[in-house]
Design a protein around this ligand. Structure first.
Ligand code: FES
Length: 120
């Protein structure tokens, strides 16, 4: 497991996200009010890229069908909190949380902690 430099802080302004690839691994970098987060770069719904996802008060909104995720935990917020799974059982597998990755800032660079096997 190691930290990999993936971007400059100035590349991702507050309220923005950026989809990147690290050795083929899609990651979404998010700057929420100056705090950086890294999540898996594909939405849990249909595994489409989260490029151009919007960020608002701790929530990430997928641009495709507007599933929403807590950027701190990756947990699905919408539609999980709106539709009971008992009424829409086919949604269960699409509501998996997004994987999250530790982030640190070193000398104005964003670094993400990635396990080596994820890059193989
Ligand atoms: S692919 Fe993200 S909501 Fe459908």
């Amino acid at each position: 497991m190691c930290y990999v430099t993936v971007a400059k802080v100035e590349d991702i302004p507050p309220g923005k996200s950026q989809l990147i690839q690290v050795e083929g691994l899609p990651l979404l970098l998010v700057n929420d009010r100056g705090q950086f987060y890294a999540l898996q770069g594909l939405c849990g719904h249909q595994k489409l890229p989260l490029a151009k996802a919007t960020v608002w008060q701790g929530l990430l909104d997928c641009p495709w069908h507007h599933f929403q995720y807590d950027i701190r935990t990756g947990e699905n917020v919408y539609p999980r909190c709106v539709y009971p799974l008992a009424t829409l059982p086919h949604l269960d597998q699409q509501l998996e949380p997004l994987r999250t990755y530790p982030v640190r800032i070193v000398e104005q660079h964003v670094q993400v902690k990635i396990q080596f096997f994820e890059l193989l």
